[in-house]
Design a binder for this molecule. Sequence first.
Ligand SMILES: Cc1ncc(COP(=O)(O)O)c(C=O)c1O
Length: 375
Amino acid sequence: MTQKNVQLFVPSFDVDACLAEIRICLEKGWTGIGFKTVEFEQKFSDFISQPYCHFLNSNTNGIHLLLELLKKTRNWRDGDEVISTAMTFVSTNHSILHAGLEPVFADVDESLCVTAAEVEKKITARTRAVIFVAIGGNVGEMIKIAALCKVRGISLILDAAHSAGSRLNGKDLSAYADYSVFSFQAVKNLPTADSGLITVQTEAENQLVRQLSWCGINKDTYSRSQDGYKWLYSVDDVGYKYNGNSIMAAIAIVQLQSLDAGNARRRELAAMYADKLAGVGSLRFIAHANGEESSRHLIQFILEERNELIEYLDKNGVGTGVHYRSNTSYPMYAKNQTPNADRLSDKIISLPCHLKMEDGDVDYVVERIKSFYQH
Ligand SMILES: Cc1ncc(COP(=O)(O)O)c(C=O)c1O
């Protein structure tokens, strides 16, 4: 078989459509927070049926901002606890530490999501929130966890970095959480270059999140220009510089138009891998609990010979990934005990999944994996 090069993630852009949207910003001379960020917020808000969406420069900053907002409005104290997971990109947990809160990890099952029983075990008098990471677009026991949080009066935050366009029972996943934070980073399923978006519940939170993401200033430059550029503003908080800009929003507006179609294609790729690799070696496909409407940002398998297979595929032109190394491997999170996450972290592999892949690329990856097991 001729060697191919199949990368793990390759973002796709409708280049002409993106350039046309960016051109509008450049011709207008407005690339910062403003008309395009507002347009994207409105479009995304309609798409996910959430009333308050705020465009930001990343998910990482979005989680930090949200925790600071909740800390301020609900009188949380330094050291209060947020239940999270070891099976995530480390920035989910860094954002908890940045907010002066304590990350406490609940363990995962083979969906790679935390389970309701494990979350319940970790609840203490100091628990203020649970961050649920819908890894790869998988919802695991999210509905049970939402019910648990409601009964216990704990906020449920969805880390939606992988789940743009994921639905459960016909509703966007954000419908099951109190707050959601999306990522539109370079290789996500709605890729820009770097940006994100946060949803909040009330107009008061919406005002505050906008203020806190813009240095604590009570009116951003765009709102001021709308009122005839009033130069006078006040600074109510020591806020952050976390706002998104119109160039990223211009790209996001175009990307949103093909999000559903892209997710459908990812699910098709996942189904092909699952079918063709059934019974091969020790591979176990990670099915998604919302299989029909998962974003399928990741196509993951569990297997025994993980490191050897990664090396073999690498030599054969196939890019793979590990999502994720258990965060307990890093010194700042090492005191957490998550035996399942730690065990699975040594056995999971993510296979190539992107919209530039043809069916023949899946066949190539499958054939290489079979050849690995034959040798
Ligand atoms: C699960 C998860 N959470 C958070 C993030 C951070 O997203 P961003 O790069 O937009 O800050 C990522 C990015 O890799 C992620 O995979």
